[in-house]
Design a protein around this ligand. Structure first.
Ligand code: PRP
Length: 198
């Protein structure tokens, strides 16, 4: 029996491991310079932003990192429109400078939700550093201050981004083959709730 290889489900690589490492270095160094003399809190959005967060952090001066989990996709490929707070951060953020670390900003709903939450709790400032910015996908206003890559409208996975909890561990970002989510992929993914491409 041949072993399943996640790389075979990728149509094409958009951003290689080396390109992502360079983007993490660029963004991390920009953040280190912009926050010189301040002690920002890095707020990593579970689960997708974990890889990006640790790689960017390596180039920063501070290491105060917290986690939050919001979701709007519910495992499918289309955004449901509703944002849920699944895991709240555990620290008082009053007066703090917050840097939200995202893997992707698409409709902007998750980001808007988090910014409003943080501001309502008295954050001194909130900035956003996202690996990917899918500007074409926006339905609400949401600005990304530090962008790894402006990504085109395609279904992308890898380096934190999943499809049904698969592909997060790919070292690169790639476009998922349409047949993977158009048809059932063996018993690994359930495509029943897919409605539209995002
Ligand atoms: C993804 C991503 C963002 C959000 C962006 O998270 O990490 O938080 O969707 O989409 P939006 O701009 O349309 O709101 P997801 O809910 O897929 O959770 P995950 O990171 O745990 O996979």
């Amino acid at each position: 029996m041949t072993q399943w290889d996640m790389n075979n489900d990728i149509e094409r690589v958009l951003y290689s491991e080396a390109e992502i490492a360079a983007a993490a270095k660029r963004v991390g160094e920009e953040l280190a310079a912009d926050y010189e003399g301040r002690t920002p809190m890095i707020l990593s959005v579970l689960k997708g932003a974990v890889l990006w967060t640790v790689d960017v952090m390596r180039h920063m001066q501070y290491s105060d990192v917290e986690f939050i989990d919001v979701s709007s996709y519910h495992g499918g490929i289309a955004s449901s429109g509703e944002v849920e707070l699944n895991i709240d951060l555990q620290t008082d953020i009053e007066g703090r400078d917050i840097i939200i670390m995202e893997d992707i900003v698409d409709t902007g709903r998750s980001l808007k939700f988090m910014i409003e939450l943080l501001e309502s709790r008295g954050a001194a400032s909130v900035k956003v550093a996202s690996l990917l910015d899918k500007k074409e996908g926006r339905v609400v206003e949401a600005n990304v201050d530090y962008v790894g890559f402006d990504v085109p409208k395609a279904f992308v996975v890898g380096y934190g981004l999943d499809y049904k909890q698969l592909y997060r561990n790919l070292p690169y970002v790639g476009v998922l083959k349409r047949e993977v989510y158009d048809t059932a992929h063996a018993d690994l993914v359930d495509t029943a709730d897919i409605t539209s491409e995002h």
